[in-house]
Design a protein. Structure first.
Length: 299
């Protein structure tokens, strides 16, 4: 079995990691944290989300964060954008990449975006068109690919309907999300066997949550299919406000540890990651849930 020689890890902690945290992190501390992350060897950081503060109060300072971070020219700084208004703010902050999002599940999409899937498509098409006209790359997120908290298992044809449309609109990459952390390696195997026949595997990323402790096992199965891009959040931060019971993302520090020990290059400095995780742990005043941080905290 031939695994990729290197893997790209896309750090989503500043957005996906913090959005579910009740303790509001001061803007300057977020900026300092992203600046620290920029020194770890990461090549991609999802810095914030330009959603209305009423929905995600934690990220109400998106414009200030986007403008305040120290840009490392080797890093892509991305932001999640729900609509044209959010896009205008993201462009004002000069984000490198724009991320659009929707769900494969009709019910989750309604709760998360307050629109049907059909009504979401034209909104995202406008964002994608304008972002690309503005010289930005565009990433698409599809949530609940491996299961929905409201509808249960998802029909693969429904998932592909959403993915097909986003690719038709011209996204550069698609992140497939296990939003509530229900996937197993067998399920990932069955899904990717069809997905890599339908889409270029180099245009796919996997976004696993670790609710049931299966995220690293699912990453391992994805490697079997040559998938070499994964989303993760430092320390295992994260969760979805509209997916009850969902816990954090696969932890960046645990993922880097596993890949490094498999001889797969990530380009990321583990020690600097832990230092950065320790900083956010202090801000949140609670231990972060990753295995590497448990070891660090015990020392």
């Amino acid at each position: 079995m031939k695994w990729p020689e290197s893997v790209t890890i896309k750090e989503v902690g500043p957005r996906d990691g913090l959005q579910n945290e009740k303790v509001i992190i001061p803007t300057q501390r977020k900026i300092e944290w992203i600046d620290q992350l920029s020194e770890t060897g990461l090549t991609y950081i999802e810095a914030t989300s330009f959603v209305h503060p009423k929905w995600i109060p934690q990220l109400g300072d998106a414009l200030e964060v986007g403008k305040g971070i120290k840009r490392n020219p080797t890093i892509t700084y991305a932001a999640l954008v729900p609509n044209r208004k959010g896009l205008e703010s993201a462009l004002a902050a000069n984000m490198d990449e724009i991320s659009v999002f929707m769900s494969a599940s009709e019910t989750h999409n309604l709760k998360n975006i307050n629109k049907t899937i059909s009504d979401t498509f034209p909104v995202l098409k406008e964002v994608i068109d304008v972002a690309k006209e503005s010289g930005k790359t565009v990433r698409g997120y599809v949530s609940t690919v491996f299961g929905c908290p409201y509808e249960g298992p998802m029909d693969i044809n429904q998932i592909f309907r959403v993915c097909d449309q986003l690719f038709e609109y011209g996204i550069n990459e698609l992140s497939l999300g296990d939003t509530i952390g229900v996937a197993s390696p067998r399920q990932v195997d069955v899904f990717l066997e069809q997905a890599v026949k339908r889409y270029d595997k180099d245009s796919l990323a996997l976004h696993f949550h670790d609710t049931r402790g299966m995220a690293l096992a699912n990453v391992l199965k994805s490697l079997d299919y040559g998938i070499d891009t994964f989303d993760s959040a430092l320390g295992g931060l994260g969760g979805c406000p509209y997916a009850p019971g969902a816990s954090g993302n696969v932890a960046t520090d645990d993922l880097v540890h596993m890949l490094n020990n498999m001889g797969i290059d990530t380009g990321i400095d583990s020690k600097k990651l832990i230092q950065s995780a320790s900083m956010m742990q202090s801000c949140l005043e609670k231990p972060l849930p990753s295995h590497q941080m448990a070891i660090y905290n015990a020392q």
